[in-house]
Design a protein around this ligand. Sequence first.
Ligand code: SAH
Length: 553
Amino acid sequence: MFISISTTGTADRPATDLGFLLHKHPEKAQRFTTSHGEAHVFYPEAGAELCTVALVLEVDPIALVRRARGKGRGPSTASGAGALSQYVNDRPYAASSLLAVALRTVFRTAMKGVCEQRPGLADQERPLTVVLPAVQVGGGAERRSPDERPLVNRLFEPLGWRVAATPVPLDEAFPEWGESRYLRLELTGTLRLADALQQLYVLLPVLDGAKHYWVAPDEVDKLLGAGEGWLADHPDRALISRRYLVRRWSLANEAIRQLELARLAETDDREAEEFDNAVDLDRSDGPESVAGSTSGTAPDVDADTGSGTRSADGPRPVPLARQRREVILAALRESGAAKVLDLGCGQGELVGDLLKEPTVTSVLGVDVSVTALAAAARKLKLDRLSERQAARVRLVQGALTYTDARLKGYDAAVLSEVIEHLDLPRLPALEHAVFGAARPATVVVTTPNVEYNVRWESLPAGHARHADHRFEWTRAEFRDWAERVAESYGYTVAFRPVGPEDPEVGPPTQLALFHRGTGTTASTTPTTTGTPTTTGTPSSTGTPSSTDTPEGS
Ligand code: SAH
């Protein structure tokens, strides 16, 4: 199996930088032992203008069969696993998942985008050409799409590659025998090398369609890890997940769900930006700008206060998710919280921001999804933090509908875009766990304002913003809920907008800021931590109500 990667260069950015990026010296040929055979790395060409690295993997087909047997299943070659085909197969020649594994073994650091010797180099996009002399495109209905675009084009073109795929003749000496099942694949594009390697790592097995090692649950993490930054937006992400996970449906579904979560978080932002632009156009003839309290006069206002928007030629609008975090951080700063819980922390963006706050001494991120936590750990580079930083942060798995002793002793808790992911009947259990049992002094809750949905241009009428939202509330519904919770558990509550506040439908996101009552009444009254009331129960259920004066914001 063979793959080569070339780059071109100039005097000030020589092509031989490839050696630094790959952590492999251009003048040395090296050999590595991988789980499927010997891998050789060498540079057929290493000049300032053109540099090519080649990786050759010598697969031992017999060892392969033994390995697969050891794991309880035979190799699944495309043609089925007949006795002879187990030993005489195309594995030694055709690029496949085995090559992907070898790429990862040999270029692990480069794939992570780390280049310690020349920091900055790994972030640069370079002209790259990848050549795979023999690729077998696995069978299955997906080999060609309904529009007859070959799978290789569908997989690589959306990522910015130009694809040249030439069928390899069965035998060059006998052209009349026709084409073999293999393609010579040449990909050209301008990309970061780490991205290119990650894409190959995922897409080679996807093309091949016949993985040779056991698909364990951690393959989902591998897929999401290598797919970070490109897979969530790939139009064929579902097909890629299914084929990568070799149709282990439950795993593929989990991967697809996580990709949707990541994508929708971003889509949310993009839609917000689109909407902001639309507002400017729609309202430009109005007497007053209504796209936010601060727009209209000053185009450069408050990009980071999270409350306004900007005029058409002002700076780029701040993504809604960013604005949300800013409003949350501002509320936490005001409350003086040092120990903070991020409940339903997802992929850890807020945790990352909290760690940048000098006054925050410890952060506990909690989520029910192991995959989200794994992504958070990856993004936060938890394995590379200094000891002092590492001591400030912990991510744990937990379900927020159960009381949890680990949540005690914190100053503040954040529930950012989490409550709407719970079925309504489960919400009182969360209220009890957070407000009744953990009882931090400050609780910040954000949730979509459903009234604003009519302003998302690309959201079909009546649709929730996210497939996993179990409900979305109007401002009045959110206010009712928050006031009832505050009253039941001895907190005061105030409300803040996140994002541009529309005069008719309000802001895109609504935020409730709870403060625990100051000790004299509710919080010390034993009944407050009793069985939570069910939703719909009137708020005056006998729990103390010293808190009916919401504090101003
Ligand atoms: N707080 C993040 C993520 C919001 S997405 C942000 O603002 O971007 C909602 C998150 O809540 C998901 O990561 C989901 O796994 C988590 N979640 C949903 N129900 C949960 C539960 N019952 N317990 C813990 N986490 C939950």
